[in-house]
Unconditional design. Structure first.
Length: 317
């Protein structure tokens, strides 16, 4: 209102920065806030072991949801029933938000060949950060964890229930008695902790009490970060607008780095051959120059591209 009426920002000083008094007040609030307990990132093996605890129909649905959500770093309210969901800006995903592509052709959502698609695209209609109609793509992996396979099988399962259609939420299922139910965040927490318990806290090196639904989103960013994926790509795929995801994984990164100082000194040689290194640098520069000037290169095979992509402005067509 101040700016609309031609006045300056009352919270800023003459240089345009946040006023000193306000900065001090905010800092005092931060100091008095209790320490937050971040939920642990989980190793990929946990999502594989989930199959051992998926004997019931409900747990099978839970396992598919967890493994599918991992590849998209989903917030719990995007795929589970949560408290005060009606008041949240983030919308629960429905079957209509999924598209499967095979050889650049959109597959019918009722096809039983969805798990064999080349990639799956999910459109997030509304998110807590204000973004709307954001589409994220993940390709098949041909491994025991595959986003295309998990989401394809889940949608086939949901559409097999009577009374379901493309507007059905992805957490819907019918129990063995045929009663309709919606999988909740509490259900997911129970399965995650049960799986971690079956593996063992000692082997995992984590406190199971720190395992929750946010562990799936944290696991997404942790796995990509440890694999050397650039922060900007993690932000894009996880739909963060800043590097805020780092505050969730930094404590565990510090734990993982405890032995790095020893590894740094475990190489076959503790000395660099300066002359040899300089020769390699010169050779590298010559190769780069040859590539820029169009000189022939031995290997013209295109490199395999990443299996992650993003589009904005609506679903793929």
């Amino acid at each position: 209102m101040f700016r609309l009426n031609g006045f300056g920002d009352p919270g800023a000083d003459s240089s345009g920065k946040t006023a000193l008094k306000i900065t001090r007040i905010l800092n005092s609030y931060e100091k008095e806030d209790p320490n937050t307990t971040n939920q642990c990132a989980l190793p990929v093996i946990i999502f594989k072991y989930m199959k051992l605890n998926c004997a019931s129909r409900k747990n099978k649905h839970l396992g598919l949801l967890a493994r599918g959500a991992l590849f998209f770093g989903m917030r719990s309210c995007e795929y589970l029933k949560t408290h005060n969901a009606a008041n949240k800006q983030t919308k629960l995903l429905c079957i209509r938000n999924f598209q499967f592509m095979k050889k650049n052709i959109k597959m019918n959502i009722s096809s039983h060949n969805l798990p064999r698609a080349d990639f799956v695209a999910i459109t997030f209609e509304s998110q807590k950060n204000g973004s709307k109609q954001q589409t994220i793509v993940q390709h098949r992996t041909d491994k025991f964890l595959c986003p295309v396979n998990h989401w394809g099988n889940l949608i086939i399962l949901i559409l097999s229930y009577r009374g379901t259609d493309t507007n059905t939420p992805i957490n819907f299922f019918r129990n063995e008695n045929g009663s309709p139910q919606y999988i909740s965040a509490e259900d997911m927490i129970r399965l995650l902790r049960l799986t971690c318990s079956s593996v063992g806290e000692d082997k995992l090196g984590i406190d199971i009490k720190r395992v929750g639904t946010h562990s799936i989103r944290t696991s997404f960013s942790m796995q990509l970060h440890l694999s050397g994926v650039k922060d900007v790509i993690i932000m894009t795929m996880g739909r963060w607008k800043s590097l805020s995801f780092l505050k969730y994984i930094r404590p565990q990164i510090q734990e993982f780095s405890s032995n790095l100082s020893t590894l740094m000194l475990s190489g076959s040689s503790l000395h660099f051959n300066v002359a040899h290194t300089r020769k390699n640098l010169v050779q590298t520069q010559v190769t780069q120059n040859n590539n820029q000037t169009g000189y022939p290169h031995e290997d013209h095979t295109p490199q395999h591209t990443t299996s992650m992509a993003i589009t904005s402005g609506g679903p793929l067509v």
